[in-house]
Every structure is written in C-alpha cells, then in structure tokens.
Design a binder for this molecule. Structure first.
Ligand code: ARG
Length: 465
C-alpha cells in the first residue's frame, strides 16, 4: 500500500526536503494569519448557512480558529515549514485541535482564492495605515509652515536662486504631494475591495456557495466577477506598490532637500540631535542620517514595485505558484513607507529653521530680477524686451559688485526711461511675494488659505496634531 502523503492519493513520494524548503513560504506569509483566519471564519459561517457544516461543526471551527489566533498573537504558535504556508499551518492546527471539521473547512475553497482574499484584506488595511502615516507627516509639515508664514526664502529652479518665496509655500508643496499619495492609496483600496472567495482554484466550485455572504462578512463591496481574474491577477498589489513607490519618491525628494539644507553651504536647517548621528572619526560632524536613509530606502520601494511587475509580466492564466513571490515586496514596501513617513515626521517636527540664513540667501543672487522685467512689462514694454533690459541691469550690477537694489535710479533710467523711483519698492522681496497674489502662489493670504485647506482635509480624515 502507498504511504499517506501530504498531497493525498495521487502521490507515492513525499516532497524532496530541499524542494520543500525552497517552496515553503510560511516564513513570509505567516504575517497573513489574521487575514487568513478572518477569511476562514467567514467561509465557515457561510458553509453552515448553506448546510455544508452543521451548527456544531461551525462552533468547533470558531473555537479552534479563535484559540489558534490567540496562540499566534501571543507568539506561542509553532509554525511548521514542512506545512508550506500560512493556510496549511492554520488548517493543520485546526484539524489537530478539532478533528475532521478542520478538513471539511476547505470545502468549496482553494488556496488560490484563499490567498487572493488574504492579500486583498492585508492590502486594504495597509492602504489605510500607510495613509495615516503620510497624513501625519503632511500635518507636521503644515504645522511647520503655519509657524513660518513670514519666513522668506529663495525659490529655486535648476538649483539656482530664482524668485523670492515663503518657506511656508515651499513646505506646502510637499503637503500637496503627500495629499495625492494618500489619495492614490485610497483609490487603490476602493478598487481592490472585491471578494475572491468562491472563485476556487480557477473556475469556481460545484458547491452552491453564498458569495454575497462571505463578501459582506469581510467588508468587501461584492464578489469578484471572474474566477480566473480573481485568483490570477495581482494588479491590486501593483497599484498599492506604485502608490507606495511614488510616496517614497516624494519623501526622498524632501529628504534630499533636508540633506542639502543641512550643509554648511546652505545652512537653512539644523536637524535635531535626536535625528542625527556623529562621525566615529570626525568630531565636528553632524550627519542627517534619517533623511539620508529615507532617501536610500526609496530605492528599495521602487525595487519592490519592479519586482512584482516582472513576476506578473510573463504569467499565463490562471494561478501560478510564482504569485507566491508577491508577498515579500508588498510587506517590505508597506513597512518601509510607513516607517519612513513616521521617522521623517518626527525629524521634520524637531528640526530648526535658520531664518537669517534663508533671508541672506534671498537678499543675494538677483531673485528680484523678474520684478524688474515685470515692472517694465506692466508699463507696456513687451515682456521679451523688458526681460532683455532687466538682464542688462543684472549684468551691470554683477560687474559693479552690487545687488539690483543698490544700483542708482540713473543706472535704471539709462537702461530704460520708464523706470521711476518706485522701482526700488518693487525690488523689496516682501513686495515681490505679495504681488504674486493668485491661487497657488505665495502671497501671504494665498498660503494661509492653502494651509487651512490642507489642514481641514487631513483633519477630516481623522489625523490631528
Ligand atoms: N502559498 C501560496 C501563495 O502564496 C498559496 C496558494 C498555493 N496554491 C497552490 N495551488 N499551490 O500563492
């Protein structure tokens, strides 16, 4: 008589030990235990409702899975790699506790629809959790911006000083990015919210499962519409990873600026001691490591997205075991982005701005040159000509070692007769900023409105600080 194997009657040999180790995923997917048990409880209740399980058997399943969940939460559950994955481990433990009913639970279900369900539950929660962390970072930035409404700074393009700006307007640019990141996570969560349960391995099942019932029990919007799609695609994870990669890139850009602004060359910010490290060799060093590591880790998150894209691109329908490799990149990206947002929020909240350095940078470097051109253009000179005149004045100031405001009125009038005394008023950075009074521009009242709007949107989602 053939030996009893893990995979039943079809097999006469146990799986090779090396192959088993290679195929096992429990080290990674045990993290899905909560979702897996929730899915099994919903499935069991439904099986009872359609008469596949008796009321007594349902009680056994509930009792067994409840106890297993407690063990897992307490850390005392023994995961067995020879049982391959989280699904087989939980089922085996249930059978060990409650007997045959554990083996009956899998009626009308495959691990293919089971794992697709687990991952949707996990991803849905991850969207909310990471979204909250991004909101916290955004709200920290709003708070810093509110306190710095009157702090002026150069705006840069091409890393060259460009125009006078408010620090608050600069910080609020990141708040807008993070708001969209949050929106992308919410969109992904809404679209992925379909229940694969009842799809079986690939073509449903012969049992008259109540798919609406399991869908409702798990908080899904409804059952998925195609059993092959539901078990074989992972685009919902790609959307999650894409949203996370974009958020990581935004945080990386912010971090890059913090690194830059922390240099002696810029000196715009000083990170708090609690968020910096020293050098083991150079006693004077204070390194902005938090910002650097956020920037570095964004590379990993981009890699996670690429990993799953490549896993999927060559897969025929339906389920293929390659899909098991979806978990590591998803877990990694979720953890990395959440942690990065949290630590960055702390660092941003604690750093100090060096207003005098920002102001000094604004005074030097001709950031008001656009005002000179706009001044003439407002008096009817075609902008291209006005730009030419302003450029000549910049050249003259440069050669005389002066700022634009230090040239004489005669110098201006030599360049163009339409210049009058009030040009000097226009060159005041404060004035220059206030005249940029459009929605989305840095005039004081516009930035105040932007900050109030952002704060209201974030607080309406439940984040407060
Ligand atoms: N551990 C597997 C995964 O994550 C579960 C599904 C296995 N299905 C199968 N037919 N072997 O994809």
């Amino acid at each position: 008589m053939a030996t009893k194997t893990a995979w039943g009657g079809r097999f006469t040999q146990e799986l090779d030990a090396g192959a088993a180790r290679f195929l096992a995923s429990v080290d990674v997917d045990s993290r899905l235990a909560e979702e897996d048990i929730a899915g099994s409880l919903a499935h069991a209740e439904m099986l009872c409702a359609i008469g596949v399980l008796t009321a007594q058997e349902l009680v056994q399943v509930q009792r067994g899975l409840g106890a297993i969940r407690e063990e897992i939460r307490a850390g005392s559950f023994v995961w067995d790699a020879s049982k391959e994955d989280v699904h087989m481990n939980v089922e085996a433990a249930l059978t060990a506790r409650e007997g045959d009913v554990g083996a009956r639970l899998h009626t009308g279900r495959s691990r293919n629809d089971q794992v697709a369900t687990d991952m949707r539950l996990f991803a849905r929660r991850a969207c909310a959790e990471v979204g909250r962390s991004l909101d916290r970072l955004a709200l920290t930035l709003v708070g810093r911006a509110e306190a710095e409404i009157d702090t002026l700074i150069p705006a840069y393009t091409h890393m060259q000083r460009a125009q006078p700006n408010r620090l608050s307007h600069h910080l609020m640019a990141y708040v807008e990015m993070l708001g969209r990141d949050r929106g992308r996570l919410d969109d992904a969560a809404a679209r992925m919210n379909e229940s694969p349960l009842g799809s079986g391995a690939v073509c449903g099942t012969t049992f008259p499962l109540d798919r609406e019932m399991t869908s409702r029990a798990l908080g899904f919007d409804g059952p998925s519409r195609n059993s092959i799609d539901a078990t074989a695609d992972r685009d919902f994870l790609l959307e999650l990873l894409a949203a996370l990669a974009i958020a990581a890139v935004h945080m990386s850009r912010l971090s890059e600026e913090l690194v830059l602004w922390s240099t002696q060359e810029f000196g715009f910010v000083e990170m708090a001691d609690a968020h910096t490290t020293g050098s083991s060799m150079m006693p004077q060093k204070k390194n902005p490591d938090v910002a650097e590591v956020v920037r570095g880790k964004s590379g990993r998150v981009i890699g996670d997205l690429v990993t799953l894209l490549v896993i999927l691109k060559g897969l025929p329908l339906g389920y293929n075991r390659d899909l098991q490799e979806d978990k590591a990149p998803v877990f990694d990206a979720v953890d990395t982005v959440r942690d990065a947002a949290e630590v960055l929020a702390d660092a941003v909240g604690a750093m100090s701005f060096k207003r005098d350095r920002m102001r000094a940078a604004l005074g030097a470097g001709f950031t008001v040159a656009t005002e000179v051109a706009d001044y003439l253009a407002a008096k009817g000179v075609p902008f291209r000509h006005a730009h030419e005149v302003a450029g000549r004045l910049v050249g003259r100031a440069l050669s005389e070692g002066k700022e634009l405001g230090q040239l004489s009125l005669e110098a201006y009038r030599e360049a163009h007769l339409l210049f009058e005394e009030d040009i000097f008023h226009a060159l005041d950075p404060e004035v220059a900023i206030e005249r940029r009074d459009l929605p989305g521009a840095p005039a004081r009242r516009r930035v105040l409105a932007a900050m109030a709007g952002a704060r209201a949107r974030i607080e309406a989602r439940g984040e407060s600080a």
